[in-house]
Ligand binder design. Structure first.
Ligand code: ADP
Ligand code: MG
Length: 155
């Protein structure tokens, strides 16, 4: 599915809708250039799950964990990360453990990360209102196709 999002507020609202369809153990890949709005969307997802703390970019820490009563959210950012670092990070342990994992810049983990995921591409719409973004959401794997259908009914 494809959406146009006009400002950061709307991006967070989209995240809250995503939060309604995402569950423990799900995997989401967020692609898009720096400043596209990946972290903003993660913030909306975390808020939608009831998280009231700060959600900031894990570019330097590589990963943030947001603890909730019902689950934990693992927020990764693999920007400029070497694939070897991903092993060092113990990513597989995190993915095996419970948690909703949201991964910015998954391209850095190509070949290591699972193929099945909800994949979100955010791009800037040039020559137009500077805050406009195009958001494409696609399913890799049948479990995520169901989630896209649910999301469509919310949007
Ligand atoms: P990324 O994680 O992709 O690098 P961030 O979410 O950290 O991006 O930053 C996006 C920046 O762009 C923020 O400063 C935000 O306020 C701004 N912005 C402007 N328009 C939008 C929009 N439509 N959606 C999300 N962020 C937007
Ligand atoms: Mg980010």
């Amino acid at each position: 599915m494809e959406l146009l999002i006009y400002n950061e507020y709307e991006m967070e609202r989209l995240g809250e809708k995503l939060a309604q369809v995402l569950e423990d153990n799900d995997l989401v890949y967020l692609r898009g250039e720096l400043g596209a709005g990946k972290t903003t969307l993660v913030r909306g997802i975390a808020q939608g799950k009831g998280y009231r703390g700060r959600v900031t970019s894990p570019t330097f820490t590589l990963m943030n964990v947001y603890l909730l009563e019902q689950m934990q959210i693992n927020h990764f950012d693999f920007y400029r990360l070497d694939p070897h670092d991903i092993y060092d990070l113990g990513l597989e342990d995190y993915l095996e453990r419970k948690g909703l994992s949201l991964i910015e810049w998954p391209q850095a983990g190509a070949g290591i990360l699972p193929a099945e995921a909800l994949v979100i591409d955010i791009s800037l719409v040039e020559d137009d209102y500077e805050r406009e973004r195009k958001v494409k959401i696609k399913a890799q794997g049948s479990q995520y196709q169901e989630k896209i259908k649910e999301l469509q009914s919310l949007c």
